[in-house]
Design a protein around this ligand. Sequence first.
Ligand SMILES: Cc1cc2nc3c(=O)[nH]c(=O)nc-3n(C[C@H](O)[C@H](O)[C@H](O)COP(=O)(O)OP(=O)(O)OC[C@H]3O[C@@H](n4cnc5c(N)ncnc54)[C@H](O)[C@@H]3O)c2cc1C
Length: 456
Amino acid sequence: MSTTRRGDEIKATSGPGQFRSLGGWMERPDDLQPELEGNVSADVIVVGAGFAGLSTALELTALGARVIVLERECAGFGASGRNAGYLAGSLGIEFEMFLKRVGHEKAKKVVAFYDEGVAYVERRLRELGIDCDYNASGIIRAAVHPSQEKKLRESMQLGLELGSSACFLDQAEMRARGIPPAFLFGCLQRHGGTLDPGKYVMGLRRAALQAGVKIYENTELLSYSEGPIIQCNTARGSASAPHLVLATNAYTPQLGLLRDKVVPLRVSAIETQPLSPAQLASLGWPGREGLVTPHWTMESHRLTARNTLVVTTKRLSYVYGSQTPNVPDNVAYHELATALEDRFPTLRGLGIQSCWSGYISLAYDALPVVGETGEQGNILYTAGCSGHGVATQSLMGHLLAERIGGIEHPLLAALRHKTPSTLPEPLQWCAVNLALGLVHRMDEHVNRKARRVSNQ
Ligand SMILES: Cc1cc2nc3c(=O)[nH]c(=O)nc-3n(C[C@H](O)[C@H](O)[C@H](O)COP(=O)(O)OP(=O)(O)OC[C@H]3O[C@@H](n4cnc5c(N)ncnc54)[C@H](O)[C@@H]3O)c2cc1C
């Protein structure tokens, strides 16, 4: 597929839909906030206007702090504006790795952190009056081949032991719910559901502006100095404050921090044309539960309020040197299109209207990465939470604001641990791509088996 730039869009001249450089959910805001010019000061500077940064800014403002947010592009430009919109708790998180890494007691609290994130976002949507098409449908981790049952049940069992709540749905229960037949059986987490992440992050932005947060968009943090007062330098100005929060997630290594702690991974998405009433009726699926699969790299399939299907993940990629170019990933889009055909054969021929990619960050132990740095310990950061940040990175705002106010929330205390160091380049590029290639091959093996069954 060749591409040509047109303003914010890179138009795909062929291939699976139009590449959307801001993701499929949002446009650049009409009231884009002006770039920082000159020198300003505040109580706290937050860098990054995604779920983490905007939630932190809102929570701090409620505590009486004067807050500045510096955002390189516009609010929601990162993963927050371009994810799949699953407000998911602890369903399908890496229980086994957590257990090995931090032990039973701490792993229980980490699981509680993931679930508490859902309740937190639900409460904030109400409190802030954010309408983001939230459908509290619950989420089903649904298998596409019988060989996935063992892993699904084992993961569910371990989750239950760590306090996660879920129940098994057999074939009859899945059919009774009207779940499309490619999804055979599954594990249901009743809380959470799906939302429109663009509307959610823009709702946070609006609430932050109304609360008096000073947001500077088109304002990249270029460097910062440490000390009792931190100075943040941008192209045309500077901001200073006694506290700095780096809510830059997958982009943090580019600031020179967490380079050896998190790996930015590219995640891609496609969105179909709206389904016709007849196509919707043929699907059934009245509860519109968010579906994820138990592949090593999951697939996620959901209906949107505008009656399109959004399919994400399936193939992750890592760019050398932890870079995060905002460019099309055509291999991933084609594979997502194949997943769409495999899981929804009756919709064959349904057009794909758009595709996009974004970046999550992953620690080698898959645990959240949160803490303080700097001579005075007054530079806070939050990253990780891999592909589960809608709930968790929102809740992180509350935990970080309390921390700056002098209170260590028990959930924050539970997340503290030593994050393993990543490999230096070029070893990291080799190791991550080798691992991603291996899990992809294992997933494709399952997909081939599932295709054989459906073709019989
Ligand atoms: C395709 C996709 C699907 C996903 N699906 C789901 C899902 O369904 N459910 C779920 O829970 N999670 C999902 N995730 C993950 C989730 O979106 C993220 O974990 C979450 O949005 C991270 O929020 P954040 O605020 O920490 O980071 P981000 O939203 O990435 O925000 C970081 C911000 O920092 C800004 N920035 C970076 N560097 C600088 C700088 N130097 N100066 C100023 N600003 C800077 C960026 O522009 C960006 O706006 C998905 C992610 C992707 C990409």
